[in-house]
Design a binder for this molecule. Sequence first.
Ligand SMILES: Nc1nc2c(ncn2[C@@H]2O[C@H](COP(=O)(O)OP(=O)(O)OP(=O)(O)O)[C@@H](O)[C@H]2O)c(=O)[nH]1
Ligand SMILES: [Mg+2]
Length: 694
Amino acid sequence: MSNEVRSLGMISPKGTGKTSLVEAILFNAKIIKRLGRVEDGNTASDFDPEEIERRMTLFPAVNTFTAGKTRVHLLDTAGYPDFLPETRAVARAVDNAVMLINAADGVKSQAAKFWALFDDLQMSRSIFVNFMDKELANFGAVLDQLRKAFEGALFVPITVPMIKDKKLVGVIDLVGGKAYACEADGSGKFTESDIPDDFADLAEEFKEKLVEAVAEMDDALTEKYLESGELSEQEVTQGLLKGVAEARLTPVYAGSATLNVGVAQFMNRFLSLSAAPGQRPEIACKDKDGNEVVRKPDPAQPFSAFVFKTLVDQYAGKISLFRIVSGKLTPDSQLLDTTQDRKVKVQQLFTVFGKRQESADQLVAGDIGAIVKVDEFQTGDTICDMANPVVLPPLKFPDPVLSLAIKPKERGDEDKLSLGLTRLVEEDPMLKVSREEQTQELMISGTGQIHLDCVVSRLKKRFAVEVEVSTPEVPYRETITKKVQVQGRHKKQSGGRGQFGDVWLELEPLPSGSGFVFENKIFGGSVPKNYIPAVEKGVVERMGRGCIAGYPMVDIKVTIFDGSYHTVDSSDMAFRIAGSLALQKGTDLAGPVLLEPHMSVEVECPDECMGDIIGDVNGRRGKVSTMEQGLGVKIVKATVPLSEMLRYAPDLDSMTSGRGTYTMELSHYEEVPKKIAQEIIEAYQKRKAEEEES
Ligand SMILES: Nc1nc2c(ncn2[C@@H]2O[C@H](COP(=O)(O)OP(=O)(O)OP(=O)(O)O)[C@@H](O)[C@H]2O)c(=O)[nH]1
Ligand SMILES: [Mg+2]
């Protein structure tokens, strides 16, 4: 069993101090010489220029180091909602999650999302109550909030803060029963002592609760506790270990990441209490015939791993970060990528420290490592032993919700732009690139405004392409509201061979979502059969380009019921044009309307912001459907036209001082109000007239 490996992911809402805590841990372990600060842009984890500029983590960073006999994989993740899908992928790669809470803010709604993720994956987890240096910080209140927010979970304080004259002076380690007076200057220096008298009552009270909780972990402990009323330090540790590995209890630690107070005490206990790879449940996967098999986190099992993140380094090339699920891996191995169905030769193996890689001789189940320059590997791929192919459960990345048209500022930069986007797509599973069918514009789609802003900024910084982006495009549609019959006649019979096509079509609206239906009701050959497909083609082409504002037409039935032809001058081309003319003419008579997508939107906000949120939704032509009481937050559900939601993220941020979040997805299409439709149609006609002029 690979018990000397520990992996932990810092997984919590934005700004709770993940990057700062990782920094302090690395500094205390003497892995880095200076305690960097997020503000100064010199931390080990936020090394990307974009992260430095924004002072926030944008993608996962791995820091692998050795502490005593343990190889520790310490992963930092992004807390901003746009980047949550990648954080989920990290959660799959680590055995332990540490959720940070800003003690001055208390438990916020966002925390529930992360907690649900831990529950989903049955993760071993701990809480670090951070910002204990703030005057408003209240450890006891945070504990109460946690217990209320996550009913059924057992929160057990392991270290508690010592506050004197409103200042954080150190922490008490309840398991060892010692006090640690910490210097609050970032140095991480501390002095160990017995628990001072003025904290004795507090410590006793917490310790009692701790022992009670631990006694529940198994029958032997329960019995011992009931008989003697106490448990030894060893028994407490044993109970905690079991509770953590089985995710039945959650240790809670206290401190300040930036002052480096309580961090050493946290890490010390964490290393002995956290789950080892061998203690985690086996993973159900499929063999090559689709049969269920399992892989255990055991080096003796056949090798299997998955790529949870891809980076493209200017010098090192493609870096595939992977987690070994079972078995072991040495350099110069022939492997199978079962997702791509390709054999891959892996020459060198690496561990990762921030932006650096260090070569490794062997990695085992539970380890997190890197393989460089294997172009075949993509994020989410399963890699495994040639003789024992399996497919591990796939990583899921959601469909993008926001799209922008993008083009280079400088003409001639098109190639640079497409190269840059190709690279970014390799790294970023939430980014999609496509070409808009109607306008042929290049579109980028992502999880939100900040995500797409980062893409644009990276194109400039890394690939030296400055781009212009449109306001995000709304995919409008056109349809009709009345049934009409109309003639389309195309006739050109002057000089040379003439052209003649003549059709009578009936246009009829269909229910929403029906698409397009074409019917031939010609009897007696007024239009010969062989021209009918050309008529349909003309109609379909015209529908694609739209008749009123340049958007595709939907939900229409077109029936051809009469027409005429000329034995010499008729042709497919002439009937195609006749079909197209008839559709245009008919649409004008059939009460054409524009349709727009309406989104189901869910907003989470602090209680006091709810009035503003609802007023704002109404102002955006939205309809509020429900208001619910969430976890210390209000949840507002509504449907709102997409065109009103294109720049919602910054507005929500300012309405809620950055504390609100939202999600949205397509609900249905609905008619655009007449006045707005008129504006869109006029803008289109103006654009068209300009194009024709030039
Ligand atoms: N006073 C105080 N400030 C802290 C503490 N921990 C972090 N900060 C500050 O809080 C801000 C956010 O800290 P980060 O470490 O970037 O938080 P994060 O969780 O990594 O944030 P994201 O990467 O955006 O999710 C920074 O300005 C830190 O200096 C703390 O314990 N006390
Ligand atoms: Mg961070």
